[in-house]
Design a protein around this ligand. Sequence first.
Ligand code: ZN
Length: 135
Amino acid sequence: MIDFKICKRCKETKSIDRFYFVTKYNRHENTCKDCYNEKQRAEYHKNPAGQKAAVKTWISKNRDKHRVYTKNYAEAHAEQTKAAQRKYAKKKYEERKAVRNEFFPHKPIQPFNSLSKANREKLYIEYNVPKDRWV
Ligand SMILES: [Zn+2]
């Protein structure tokens, strides 16, 4: 038997699987998933910086949960994760190449790109690279 529920916001009658379940209160949300998501999106756009800060705070308080979540996500989306990592690596490579060409053109790019963060930072200090260009 499928349970139905009336959404408090759009007043439509929808099957219960169209409502998020709140474990904490052991009941379903009063608004359907569509309305709930729409509301969340609106909240985010009202104050993106605040929302991002709230997520950061949640992660710092729930490190283990976050670690499990990101691990599961990476496994479930292996192809996308690999593609994103490649894209990120290419972007960083291009950024470092640009900095190298501008500030120390005589340094070879390959060893520079494979340097550790600490060693790159030593180079940046040595060659007076402004901090906002550190990549
Ligand atoms: Zn609704």
